[in-house]
Design a protein around this ligand. Structure first.
Ligand SMILES: [Zn+2]
Length: 72
């Protein structure tokens, strides 16, 4: 998603160092060490909003249960 520019990260307070980028708690969205990107609430909200209004195409196929909760 970052590669294609679909989501623009905010400007970082400072340029992250290589060590910071390699840290397990480095957030690629906020570009600082504080939380891993999977725990980033801001990015999660943006993704949910984009999925909701259909402006984000998911790179993976939706699971059948999402399409039809009443499995046959
Ligand atoms: Zn974050």
């Amino acid at each position: 998603m970052f590669v294609h520019g679909a989501i623009k990260p905010p400007k970082p307070y400072k340029v992250p160092t290589i060590e910071e980028k390699g840290a397990p708690r480095y957030c690629r969205y906020h570009q600082f060490v504080g939380h891993p990107i999977i725990a980033c609430q801001t990015l999660r909200k943006i993704l949910h909003a984009k999925i909701h209004d259909g402006t984000l195409e998911l790179p993976f196929k939706r699971q059948a249960i999402d399409e039809d909760p009443m499995l046959k």
